[in-house]
Design a protein around this ligand. Structure first.
Ligand SMILES: Cc1cc2nc3c(=O)[nH]c(=O)nc-3n(C[C@H](O)[C@H](O)[C@H](O)COP(=O)(O)OP(=O)(O)OC[C@H]3O[C@@H](n4cnc5c(N)ncnc54)[C@H](O)[C@@H]3O)c2cc1C
Ligand code: FES
Length: 511
């Protein structure tokens, strides 16, 4: 039991990346180990291989099976959270650096897919930010002003080709982009394998250490990899217990795919000013149809277990009667200032990290590939300061405190009563927290009646877990780990599985 629910399936997941790759079954050496095979890991691996480094990529699960397979693939050179807020938090120079680096990332994807001949539906298109009736009209004015200061091209318009939005004011940002992320990564992985990079799926890393001779990677299986450098591209960092985790917070985000006739809607990236925001975009479907992707309804991980309500809200928001094909959710790591943390780890020489996708994780992953190879080679990089992992944005201090209050409020959950009085009350397919004296149990009864009881304490830093009925997994609200009902880690930063709780007869036997 180590996969999330079948019902949660993204529009991209039929495409397999490096399906012939096998787990690592021996001790080995390489120049650089990349841990994590999403957009960040594979993009960094590619740039390193082009520079002549030997690279080995390790992943806990399948290659490119992480959050990249759950994205909605908006490739935005602009900050899609808010240009005005980006400017106020980071100042003009760093906001311009952010914009230039995101733009360079999209250009790099465009160049790579052209050079390698990857058929990944990459295309440039408009992004249209429209006013939600609950937002003040001045929101758009603020965006136009900030765009002018940062140097982003923008135009005003009115009336979108979406039902109920025919008279809505909007801003048009030209030259944004989109693609099929797994087709792109499939092509990139093939090129990497041809150039000698090694991929090992189902090879979870348990420990990363470094000394003067290099880095030493220990896998859960006991095998080891020695290298000169390591890049931790696990989305939520597995090597750092505290520093980076205090500066970002996990948010669960939802998406659905509806089949529509091709050309029923102009190909563009649409999103609104509501908080949390909604968005609409297109990708190609089968039989000459398109798939309309609708997403949003984000919430902090573990603070809601109402996916059906969020999907209903998305359906009613789109207000269109087209057959639904896909629904899925995933997680993004939101940082205080919308910028990822990319660079050399504080107090380490040979360990590099990329994390903090902030909903722009595809471009942030590629930005990491434009920065980290230079740092590994000891070169200056013009974007490095924008993403310096050690930065502490002072203007965002209040947000910083509120983001991290999750960890504080989470402590109170240990004192709260369980959600059910006993496991006897669990229905098939239901998960719930049950108190047994001082112990909190994460209990799940499978559809066939099998009962799973694991500790409700996250193995990363001990936060209290929350059941996610839609994905059939336990979510950790603190730093984003997910666990299967049998305790297996589905998403980091946790490495160890949930502790087993002896069930009825086992407990009696132990006594
Ligand atoms: C619904 C949704 C919509 C989104 N929409 C957009 C969008 O439109 N535009 C955009 O730019 N971004 C978007 N994002 C964000 C973006 O998809 C992600 O931020 C990005 O794909 C993350 O890439 P990554 O390489 O950092 O992480 P991942 O793709 O998650 O890769 C990390 C890998 O590390 C592996 N790993 C973890 N722990 C270990 C370990 N101990 N040992 C070995 N391997 C390990 C995992 O198995 C995983 O495969 C969206 C995200 C979601 C969920
Ligand atoms: S992910 Fe850090 S405590 Fe759970």
């Amino acid at each position: 039991m180590n996969a999330m629910r079948e019902e949660s399936r993204s529009v991209w997941m039929d495409v397999e990346v490096a399906p012939d790759a096998a787990p690592l079954t021996e001790d080995t050496k390489t120049d650089v180990v990349v841990v994590g095979s999403g957009i960040a890991g594979l993009s960094i691996a590619y740039e390193l291989v082009l520079r002549g480094q030997s690279v080995l990529v390790l992943d806990r699960g399948p290659i490119a099976g992480g959050m990249t397979s759950r994205t909605t693939a908006h490739l935005a050179p602009i900050c899609d959270d808010s240009l005005a807020e980006l400017l106020s938090m980071r100042g003009k120079e760093l906001a311009q650096g952010f914009q230039a680096s995101q733009s360079a990332a999209v250009d790099r994807i465009e160049t790579i897919q052209q050079e390698l001949g990857i058929d990944c539906e990459f295309r440039r298109l408009d992004a249209l930010l429209f006013l939600d009736p609950k937002s003040k009209p001045s929101v758009l004015d603020d965006e136009v002003e900030a765009a002018g200061e940062i140097g982003v091209a923008v135009e005003r318009g009115e009336g979108l080709p979406l039902r109920t939005l025919e008279d809505r004011p909007y801003l048009r940002y030209p030259e944004q982009a989109t693609f099929h992320p797994l087709k792109y990564l499939r092509g990139l992985a093939e090129a990497l394998q041809e150039k000698g990079a090694r991929f090992h799926p189902f090879s979870a890393v348990a420990k990363i250490s470094e000394d003067k001779t290099g880095v030493h990677i220990a896998l859960e299986t006991g095998h080891t990899v020695d290298a000169s450098f390591v890049v931790v591209a696990t989305n939520s960092p597995i090597h750092d217990l505290f520093a980076l985790h205090t500066k970002q917070a996990p948010y669960r985000t939802y998406a659905m795919g509806f089949e529509i006739e091709r050309v029923a809607l102009a190909d563009a990236l649409y999103w609104d000013t509501e908080d949390p925001y909604h968005y609409v975009r297109l990708t190609s479907g089968s039989d000459g149809k398109d798939v309309l992707i609708v997403g949003g309804e984000d919430h902090k991980t573990g603070e809601a277990n109402d996916a059906h309500v969020r999907f209903a809200a998305l359906t009613s928001w789109i207000k269109t009667l087209v057959p639904e094909l896909y629904r899925w959710s995933g997680q993004v790591m939101d940082t205080l200032d919308y910028g990822a943390f990319i660079g050399r780890e504080a107090h380490r020489n040979r360990t590099f990290v990329t994390t903090g996708d902030s909903g722009q994780g595809i471009t942030h992953g590629v930005v990491a590939s434009l920065i980290i190879p230079d740092l590994i080679e000891g070169k200056e990089n013009k974007f490095a300061t924008v993403y310096e992992p050690a930065r502490k944005p002072t203007k965002a201090a209040m947000t910083f405190v509120s983001e991290n209050s999750t960890a504080i409020t989470n402590l109170a959950k240990y004192l709260a009563p369980g959600e059910l009085a006993s496991v006897e009350e669990l229905e098939p397919g239901q998960g719930a927290i049950i108190r047994d004296g001082l112990t909190k149990i994460a209990a799940y009864r499978a559809e066939d009646g099998t009962l799973y009881q694991r500790s409700a304490v996250c193995t990363h830093l001990g936060c209290h877990l929350q059941w996610n009925a839609f994905e059939t997994c336990w979510d950790c609200p603190c730093h984003g780990s997910h666990f299967a009902p049998d305790g297996t880690v589905l998403n980091g930063p946790a490495i160890a599985p949930l502790a087993e709780i002896p069930t009825g007869s086992d407990a009696e036997a132990e006594a």
